[in-house]
Design a protein around this ligand. Structure first.
Ligand SMILES: Cc1cc2nc3c(=O)[nH]c(=O)nc-3n(C[C@H](O)[C@H](O)[C@H](O)COP(=O)(O)O)c2cc1C
Length: 249
């Protein structure tokens, strides 16, 4: 059982360590429902005080680092909300050589996502570089393997947000963001975007859209996030975490 020390509050545990307090516990029976309501009351109390953290999955694919840079800003936005923690994960690349399996653990960067991450997290930020106006095959491949979670409704009612990176400014950021929403809608997720009350949305000369966070990497594949992009990605993470905590309160 993993305990983490944080300043001010002594010890905290992640939601993974407290399955009985899970906000989306779905066990039947009146007694169990009564117990669940007590657990949920305790959960709200502990989350508000930062003792128990609700985790939001930040799932991305990135070959050259631009989408990963955006994922990090979104994770910071998530963690700016008391009671919320980011669980950052990636997917292995797909290649035409199908006889060679990817190693179980990547050499660097975030660990590979597992289906348990979908169960255990209370929200999702999903990111992919734009590939011909769409998400990368590696990310699509992962979602094509989630029919078990789809049938069980694992993600139904949980909030989600999307992000992307492109080489050209008008090369399909919005089509990628919108098409990434499609599997999430099929899973029953509640989509969170960026409102125009964020001044950077109007001011930006690089990335950042109402549909989700984005980065204009240019032909040199620059992973350096502009100030407006950073602000909007941070706000998206913060908004996603706030909505997730409210939905499971
Ligand atoms: C096969 C392929 C297709 C791509 N399609 C597009 C595209 O449609 N529009 C665009 O602007 N950039 C496109 N790109 C560029 C990437 O989206 C861009 O370099 C992105 O920033 C890479 O993100 P990463 O650093 O996270 O890998 C494409 C790149 C590849 C390899």
């Amino acid at each position: 059982m993993a305990w983490h020390r944080i300043s001010g509050y002594g010890l905290r545990r992640t939601r993974r360590d407290l399955p009985d307090l899970a906000c989306n516990a779905t066990r039947g029976g009146i007694n169990q429902r009564f117990l669940n309501s007590i657990f949920r009351y305790n959960q709200r109390f502990l989350v508000k005080r930062g003792v128990v953290m609700q985790e939001i999955l930040v799932l991305y694919y990135s070959r050259n680092g631009a989408t990963r840079a955006l994922a990090q800003v979104i994770a910071h936005g998530i963690e700016s909300v008391p009671g919320a923690a980011a669980r950052v994960r990636t997917v292995p690349g797909v290649v035409t050589e199908t006889t060679v399996a990817a190693p179980a653990v990547p050499d660097e960067g975030a660990p590979y996502v597992s289906h348990d991450d979908l169960h255990e997290c209370v929200g999702l930020a999903l990111g992919s570089p734009t590939r011909f106006g769409n998400m990368a095959a590696a990310m699509k491949y992962f979602w094509d393997g989630t029919s078990g979670e789809w049938m069980k409704g694992t993600l139904a009612g949980k909030p989600a947000a999307v992000f992307t990176s492109t080489a050209s400014l008008h090369g399909g950021q919005e089509t990628t963001l919108l098409s990434m929403m499609l599997p999430l809608l099929h899973h029953g997720m509640v989509l969170v975007g960026i409102p125009y009350t964020e001044a950077a949305l109007t001011a930006t000369r690089t990335g950042g859209t109402p549909y989700g966070a984005s980065h204009f990497a240019g032909q040199e594949a620059q992973p350096v996030i502009s100030e407006d992009e950073r602000q909007l990605a941070f706000v998206l993470g913060k908004r996603l975490a706030s909505v997730a905590l409210k939905l499971c309160a």
